[in-house]
Design a protein. Structure first.
Length: 208
């Protein structure tokens, strides 16, 4: 009977520590995203599970299985935390697209999908090009990639994660799957069509 209890508590320690490290990873990301409510709530759950696990380890110093379960849970928790963050896809990213084709079809596709897009004209190694910028939720990157491939399979584009945003048209981002943090906000700076481009070019000329 004692052996079964020891095995059960070993499993509890492993699961608890796995959850602790996983929640710690997500909590840290939520703090960086300024989630003032969710981050503390996850912290409460995290510290409760940690106290449960560490109490069992300290109370059973002569049982090496508890130490092994604690260490294993720490390692697995780190892995699961990274996987969970990728699945949740928190925050926003900026997509920068370079195309040599007429960009109006791509601009129209972005607008129909309710993504803001700003267009600029540029010059590359191969001649004139068109630059398109769009700020999108990371959870929508697969959809954005499909839009680009459908309108111009030869377009060159990059994706960069954003830490902070001020104004612009922002589609709803996801804190957790199916839970939006905000509604789209159509404001002047980032634009939603080609009509925004002249103001951007004017700003670039002034900065030069």
């Amino acid at each position: 009977m004692e052996a079964w209890q020891s095995a059960a508590w070993t499993l509890v320690v492993f699961v608890a520590e796995t959850c602790v490290v996983t929640l710690s990873t997500i909590r840290t990301i939520l703090i960086a995203r300024h989630q003032r409510v969710l981050a503390p709530l996850l912290g409460l759950v995290e510290i409760t599970l940690w106290l449960l696990a560490i109490t069992q380890v300290i109370s059973n110093l002569k049982r090496p299985s508890y130490f092994v379960a604690f260490v294993a849970g720490f390692g697995v928790g780190n892995y699961l935390g990274v996987c969970l963050e990728e699945w949740m896809a928190l925050g926003y990213a900026v997509v920068q697209i370079v195309t040599r084709k007429d960009p109006r079809a791509m601009v129209q596709a972005f607008s129909e999908a309710r993504f803001g897009v700003t267009r600029l004209d540029g010059h590359g190694v191969m001649g004139p090009v068109h630059l398109l910028f769009s700020v999108v939720p990371r959870a929508k990157l697969a959809e954005v990639s499909q839009l680009i491939e459908a309108t111009d399979p030869e377009a060159f584009y990059t994706v960069e994660e954003l830490r902070s945003i001020r104004r612009g048209f922002l589609p709803p981002a996801m804190v957790f799957p199916l839970w939006s943090t905000r509604r789209g906000m159509p404001v002047a700076n980032l634009g939603g069509s080609e009509a925004r481009a002249p103001s951007c070019e004017k700003i670039l000329r002034k900065s030069c």
